[in-house]
Design a binder for this molecule. Structure first.
Ligand code: FAD
Length: 379
């Protein structure tokens, strides 16, 4: 795998690993238990340039390639997947997409507070009645003079309870299908915009998730991201990258499972020897490591292709689908290797399982990924 990485990539991995182990490691269980997002670590990550690595330097970012962001996400997720997921929404779904589709004014206004760690962003597509069927969203806007008035609600939105900014997908009242949607950048404090309390979740518990309620929110055209009416094509373009980065979450969690399992198998003794000497345990380790490296290799190869503008919808779905199942399996096997201790809350492997499962659902379920892969094959 190492041959794919430049010297810079290796240095980024080493320094983010150290940061995550030092800053998140000691609190990972506590923030999961308390369902608390560690703002203090987010702010430190901002100061070190870890939130804005892929943002152009002109807007305060690091100007790095997309693989760098994948490695950062993976290393955060290796220690705390909830933290990695929340940060990545800020980095990719909010800042990177604004750097790509936003106006000069939007880039200067919305990106710096987020990449510096001062504020969080969010991406608001899912609604109570529109999940997998994203085109069926009901949040709508009407034009009133030179302003837009939005109404609707979003649910399961990562960072919503604490975010300052919200990219909201809404459709023009009366429009249907893939036409007529627009992306709006909303800001906390706008009249009619509110958020619900944090939802109680199985995993990813330090990442706050919640509802966004939009009631007669008035915005002027300076809040439109990309072309008015072109929201769905823009959104679908962004989904490919989001899915590849979903695979990075799984890769980070699976690496945590493997590291913990190898360590434990060498330490734990039964029948007078370390359990690592038993073939059935070795089999689990070998399978876990093989599937992990396959996922990593395939996923990393996709980033340069996104940068070259290649259409990789099928491959992005394959990466997310395979890696998410791979990580859930790795977590189940890690629990098995830990035996009864694996089932106890003071050991982290049960958290890895709860976190891993989310990637099979969020950002498009495994069923939806398989539908996309088959559709692309049969096109
Ligand atoms: C912790 C968390 C964080 C999230 N963060 C965000 C966020 O930041 N922003 C955001 O916009 N959304 C977010 N989501 C929403 C997420 O993307 C959706 O939950 C996901 O797309 C699935 O939608 P749904 O939950 O409505 O499930 P549904 O669409 O109701 O699906 C239910 C089941 O039916 C299956 N199904 C549906 N349609 C088909 C079909 N045609 N064929 C076969 N099977 C089908 C699904 O695969 C699934 O098994 C988040 C979700 C969670 C749990």
């Amino acid at each position: 795998m190492n041959w794919l990485l430049s010297q810079e990539h290796k240095m980024v991995r080493a320094s983010v690993r150290k940061f995550a182990e030092q800053e998140l490691g000691p609190i990972a269980e506590e923030i999961d238990e308390q369902e608390r997002f560690p703002l203090e670590v987010y702010q430190k990550a901002g100061k070190l340039g870890l939130i804005g690595s892929i943002i152009p330097q002109a807007y305060g970012g690091g100007g790095a390639d997309l693989l760098t962001n994948g490695i950062i996400k993976e290393e955060f997720c290796r220690i705390s997947a909830g933290f990695g997921m929340s940060v990545n929404i800020c980095t990719t779904n909010f800042c990177y997409f604004i750097s790509k589709y936003g106006t000069e004014e939007q880039k200067r206004r919305f990106i710096p507070p987020v990449i510096s760690g001062e504020a969080l962003g969010s991406w608001c597509l899912t609604e109570p009645e529109a999940g997998s069927d994203a085109l069926s969203i009901r949040t709508y806007y009407v034009r009133r003079g030179d302003r837009f008035v939005l109404n609707g609600s979003k649910t399961f939105i990562t960072n919503a309870p604490i975010a300052r900014f919200f990219i909201v997908v809404a459709r023009e009242k009366g429009s249907k299908g893939a036409k007529g949607a627009t992306l709006f950048i909303l800001e906390r404090g706008m009249k009619g915009l509110s958020t619900g309390p944090p939802m109680r979740k199985l995993g990813m518990r330090c990442s706050p998730t919640g509802e966004v309620l939009i009631e007669d929110v008035q915005v002027d055209p300076s809040h439109i991201l990309g072309e008015d009416g072109e929201g769905f094509p823009t959104m679908f373009e962004t989904l490919d990258l989001e899915r590849i980065l979903g695979a990075n979450t799984s890769i980070g969690i699976a690496q945590a499972c493997l590291d913990a399992s190898v360590r434990y198998a060498k330490e734990r003794r039964q029948f007078g020897r370390p359990i690592a000497e038993f073939q059935l345990v070795r089999n689990m380790l070998a399978e876990m490591a093989t599937r992990l490296e396959m996922s990593r290799c395939f996923t990393y190869c996709l980033f340069p292709r996104v940068e070259q503008g290649q259409k990789i919808t099928k491959e992005a779905s394959m990466a997310k689908y395979y890696a998410s199942i791979m990580a859930t399996r790795a977590a189940l096997d890690a629990i098995q290797i830990f035996g009864g201790y694996g089932y106890m809350r003071e050991f982290p492997v049960q958290r890895y399982l709860r976190d891993a499962k989310l990637v099979e659902i969020g950002g498009g379920t495994s069923e939806i990924q398989k539908m996309i892969i088959a559709k692309e094959l049969l096109r």
